[in-house]
Design a protein around this ligand. Structure first.
Ligand code: SF4
Ligand code: SF4
Length: 289
C-alpha cells in the first residue's frame, strides 16, 4: 500500500504495455446495473463465446468476489491487478463496489486496484478510493460536446431523475470532468476510453483527446465500436484498422495512446491476449451460488 503509483503502473498490463506478458488482471463482475444508457451497450449474461466489454458468465456479491479472487490468485500467480469493469457501472451500485474493494484491500495489501466507470457516479467515492489505494481508474468519455454526446447516450440517471437528450449529455460530461479533476488531485492514474462510432463521434475523437489532456489524463484508449445487433448502433459498421490507426496517431498529439487493448469481458482473467476466463468459468459460477 505504501508503494508509489508509478511503481504500481509497472505491474499494470493495460497502463504499461511492457508489463503485458508478465502481469495479468482479473475483473470481478460485481456491478450488474448502470446509471446511463449508451447506444452501443449490450449487457447480456452467459455470453460464453463472446469476448467484449459488458459480458460475464456470472455476477458476484462482495464476499463471493473475494472467494473467487482467492482461487484465481492460487492458480494464476501472475495476476497483479484486481479490477471492477462491469458488466454495468461500479457506481450504479457504489456500496457493493466499495465493500468489495475494501475487502480485497484488507486481504491483499499489495494488489493493484483498478476501476472502470462512465464517471457519472464516482465523484462522492473518490476520497475513499484514494484511501483504499485504488491507483488506476478508467473513465469512458465518448464526447466532449453535448450535441455529439446526445447521439451516444439514450439517458443518464441521477438518483431518481432520468435525463435525456442534450441535458443528459451535459450532465454526464460535467460529472466526468469533475471526476477526472478530483482523481488527478488525488494522484490517481487515469486512462480515458473513447469508443469510436463511425458517423457519430469519429470526427470528434481528437477533440476528446485534447480536452482530456487539458484535464490531466495520463493515457488515451481509442476503442473501436463493437456493434451488437440488439442495440441502436447495431447496424453501424465497426471502424476499420486504418481509421483506428489514423485516429490514434492524431490523438497522440495530445496524449499517449494505448494500442494494445483487447476489449475484455467483465469477467476477464489472465494476461492480456491470453484470456483464461473460459478456464475459470466453472470457478466463477460456483462462487456466485
Ligand atoms: Fe453499458 Fe458501460 Fe455505457 Fe453503462 S457505461 S451503458 S455499462 S457501455
Ligand atoms: Fe485492459 Fe482494455 Fe482489457 Fe480494459 S478492456 S482490461 S483496458 S485490455
Amino acid at each position: 500500500m505504501n508503494e508509489s503509483i508509478d511503481s504500481r503502473s509497472l505491474r499494470h498490463p493495460c497502463f504499461n504495455e511492457g508489463a503485458k506478458g508478465r502481469f495479468g488482471r482479473v475483473h470481478l463482475p460485481v456491478a450488474p446495473t448502470c446509471n446511463i444508457k449508451c447506444n452501443f451497450c449490450d449487457r447480456r449474461y452467459d455470453c460464453v463465446n463472446e469476448s467484449r466489454p459488458g459480458v460475464t458468465s456470472s455476477i458476484l456479491k462482495p464476499d463471493q468476489a473475494v472467494r473467487y479472487l482467492d482461487q484465481v490468485l492460487a492458480r494464476e500467480p501472475r495476476i497483479s491487478v484486481a479490477g471492477i469493469a462491469g458488466p454495468g457501472d461500479p457506481f450504479a451500485s457504489p456500496a457493493t463496489t466499495m465493500v468489495t474493494l475494501a475487502a480485497i484491500r484488507r486481504k491483499y495489501p499489495d494488489l493493484v486496484l483498478c476501476l472502470s466507470s462512465n464517471g457519472m457516479g464516482i465523484g462522492p467515492a473518490i476520497g475513499e478510493l484514494a484511501a483504499l489505494g485504488v491507483s488506476h481508474v478508467t473513465i469512458t468519455v465518448c464526447a466532449v460536446a453535448p450535441e455529439v454526446g446526445r447521439q451516444i447516450y439514450a439517458w443518464v440517471r441521477d438518483g431518481n431523475i432520468v435525463y435525456r437528450g442534450k441535458q443528459a449529455a451535459e450532465l454526464l460530461l460535467m460529472r466526468q470532468q469533475q471526476a477526472i479533476s478530483e482523481l488527478k488531485r488525488r494522484d490517481i492514474t487515469i486512462k480515458v476510453n473513447c469508443i469510436v462510432v463511425p458517423g457519430i463521434n469519429d470526427q470528434h475523437v481528437v477533440d476528446v483527446a485534447r480536452a482530456m489532456r487539458d484535464l490531466g489524463v495520463d493515457l488515451f484508449n481509442c476503442m473501436a465500436l463493437f456493434p451488437t445487433a440488439q442495440t441502436p448502433f447495431g447496424s453501424i459498421r465497426q471502424p476499420d484498422k486504418e481509421t483506428m490507426r489514423r485516429l490514434r496517431d492524431e490523438a497522440e498529439r495530445y496524449l499517449p495512446q494505448m494500442r494494445h487493448c483487447t476489449r475484455c469481458r467483465a469477467d476477464a482473467v489472465g494476461l492480456l491476449g491470453d484470456d483464461r476466463s473460459g478456464e475459470f468459468r466453472s470457478c466463477l459460477n460456483s462462487c456466485s451460488t
